[in-house]
Write a protein that binds this ligand. Structure first.
Ligand code: GRF
Length: 210
């Protein structure tokens, strides 16, 4: 899939719900010119109180808050999201700790243009508390996955994965921290590669042209 016009910027929206450390990593990568042809155009939060919204001011980026509960139906919420994405001419949507499940209709509309970061090596441990799931299961390695979003949770085609080793003394906190360091590398790298048309989806497989 070749979406992004050579020589033009790939307008990117980052969707958050909380802390926003992945957003921060993306914005720092952009500042350091490590985001390829991507331009962070918009930050969207579905929580008024999301800590990560502070990066809007710090990095001088436009932000919008769109809260599900302000709308009667989920469809109305998503229509508002779509309208906002269109008004800002968004080419790529990055879910960075966005804790709202998007409908099949929404995901299909943007298929190939919407990516997510998950703190486990998918397909192991999808859903919530991935780090706790990994520890409970007793795996010896874990990591993070950047993937295209499809209509099932944490199951779209995998773009990049980074691994870490789990030690004897690992706690949920230490594991989360180790994985987060990898997330902060993987997500900006995936955005950069996509913006340079180096990421090609073929069924479940994703080829990276380097
Ligand atoms: C990250 O661990 C991400 O993988 C998961 O939610 C967390 C968000 O962290 N989906 P932050 O808001 O980017 O700091």
């Amino acid at each position: 899939m070749m979406f992004f016009i050579q020589g033009e910027k790939m307008n990117t929206a980052v969707l958050i719900s909380g802390r926003g450390s992945n957003l921060q990593a993306i914005l720092e990568a952009e500042r350091e010119k490590k985001l390829g042809e991507a331009k962070i155009q918009l930050i969207i939060s579905n929580k008024e109180e999301a800590e990560g919204l502070k990066y809007s001011e710090i990095f001088n980026k436009k932000s919008v808050v769109i809260v599900r509960d302000s709308f009667v139906t989920k469809n109305e919420f998503e229509q508002k999201l779509i309208q906002t994405l269109r008004e800002n001419e968004i080419d790529l949507i990055v879910l960075a700790g966005f804790m709202q499940i998007l409908s099949t209709e929404f995901v299909n509309l943007y298929y190939g243009k919407i990516i997510n970061i998950h703190p486990s090596l998918l397909p192991s441990f999808p859903g919530l508390k991935a780090q706790e799931q990994a520890l409970d299961y007793g795996v010896k390695v874990s990591g993070c996955t950047v993937h295209f979003v499809n209509s099932e949770i944490d199951s779209g085609p995998i773009i990049l994965q980074e691994t870490i080793e789990i030690t004897e003394k690992e706690t949920e906190e230490s594991l989360s921290e180790k994985i987060l360091i990898k997330e902060h590398e993987a997500l900006p790298r995936a955005i950069s590669l996509i913006s340079q048309n180096k990421v090609i989806i073929s069924g479940r497989n994703v080829r990276i042209m380097i």
